[in-house]
Design a protein around this ligand. Structure first.
Ligand code: FAD
Length: 340
């Protein structure tokens, strides 16, 4: 996967740009900015650049070797990567957001959407109930040798994945790879409506995953802090909701227990800016997205945002496009020195 967007690097623009987040959006922007000789520092909290292309998406869909080659090229052409470096306000951060802002001519925020969306049902905090993005990132940190396997909780023999998107498919794959004997994909609509698409679902089915449609857990029940079973209800489909898909409606009196060793909740995520709300006046929406205009500009001069952190959870293609758009605007800003 090539991130560098030119054959020759010119020295057209003398400026320093920081990028927070080395996922597809940040790397694509870096590869375009580098073409004009801009000095680029990329900060990422993980031990290896690539974002979810390395720590989230399975090899069969995006081969890691291609991503690594593209990153190697960026490094060889002079981009500086500062890894294991979390930027922000929380206690586990190494560097404050203000410190980064003060040192560069422009800044691109490309920190993705890492906060899991919760089901908000009883027992969701039990041991054995995991949320997809954190569990999968942890899984790859162990698999790629960055973390000791003792730090990854075992999923056990039977695993239920809740959701119908690509993240749910990937969670089921992780469960299979972790040697679970029974893996269920529990989705509240029918498979026809699942965002992952029929091809992904039937391929999962061929690998032995049982697809359970029109069901949702309403409660997780544990013993001694550990999940024992979930209580599910059946659903029927009603009129289209705001997404245009039929709305799932609970059928009263259909509660059933469902024994599982663990559950992976894969129902989406929320954008994760590297600061708390309203930092330096940067506007963030109710659901956590950094607000930008068509040129990916935030409302703070010199600060741009791209990828899932401004769009909400999306896909690699749109994140790449967003990184390109942001880089073009950053170049325009560095040349003109004008903001609006
Ligand atoms: C499990 C899973 C499977 C998916 N499968 C697919 C798929 O098959 N196909 C597809 O097209 N899309 C898939 N997606 C979606 C896709 O991965 C994302 O839309 C895309 O990676 C977003 O790119 P990004 O650059 O905005 O963010 P990310 O790829 O999320 O990268 C953000 C980077 O920012 C870093 N970061 C975050 N906060 C900080 C901080 N405070 N300080 C420093 N660094 C920070 C992170 O470490 C990360 O490297 C999947 C998503 C998930 C969760």
């Amino acid at each position: 996967m090539r991130f560098l967007r030119c054959k020759e690097i010119s020295n057209k623009i003398r400026a320093r740009v920081a990028i927070i987040g080395a996922g597809p959006a940040g790397l694509t922007a870096a590869g375009l900015l580098l073409c004009d000789g801009i000095e680029i520092d990329i900060f990422d909290m993980l031990p290896e650049p690539g974002g979810l292309m390395i720590f989230g998406i399975p090899e069969f869909r995006i081969p890691k070797s291609g991503v690594r080659e593209g990153i190697k090229e960026l490094k060889e052409k002079g981009i500086n990567f500062y890894l294991n470096t979390k930027i922000g306000d929380s206690e586990d951060c190494n560097t404050s957001f203000e410190e980064i802002v003060s040192k560069y001519d422009a800044l691109l925020l490309a920190t993705g959407a890492w906060e899991p969306r919760k089901m908000n049902v009883d027992g969701e905090d039990l041991n054995g109930v995991y949320h997809a993005a954190p569990y999968i990132v942890n899984y790859y940190l162990v698999k790629l040798g960055y973390k000791n396997s003792s730090l990854l909780p075992s999923l056990g023999k039977s695993v239920a994945v809740i959701g119908g998107g690509l993240t749910a498919i990937d969670s089921a794959m992780v469960a299979l790879e972790s040697n679970a004997k029974e893996v269920y994909l529990v989705y509240r609509r029918t498979r026809k409506e699942a965002p992952a698409g029929e091809k992904e679902i039937s391929s999962l089915e061929k690998k032995g995953v049982r697809i359970i449609e029109q069901k949702v857990p309403v409660k997780f029940v544990g013993e001694g802090g550990k999940l024992k079973y979930m209580v599910t209800v059946d659903l029927t489909l009603g009129p289209p909701d705001s997404t245009g898909r039929p709305s799932p409606i609970i059928l009263p009196g259909t509660e059933k227990t469902f024994d599982v060793d663990s559950v992976i909740v894969a129902i989406g995520g929320k954008s994760t800016p590297p600061f708390k709300k309203n930092k330096l006046g940067i506007e963030v929406s109710e659901d956590g997205r950094i607000l930008v205009d068509q040129k990916k500009r935030t409302n703070k001069v010199g600060i741009f945002a791209a990828g899932d952190v401004e769009s909400g959870p999306s896909l690699i293609g749109p994140a790449v496009k967003s990184g390109m758009d942001a880089a073009l605007s950053i170049k325009e800003f560095l040349i003109s020195k004008k903001w609006k």
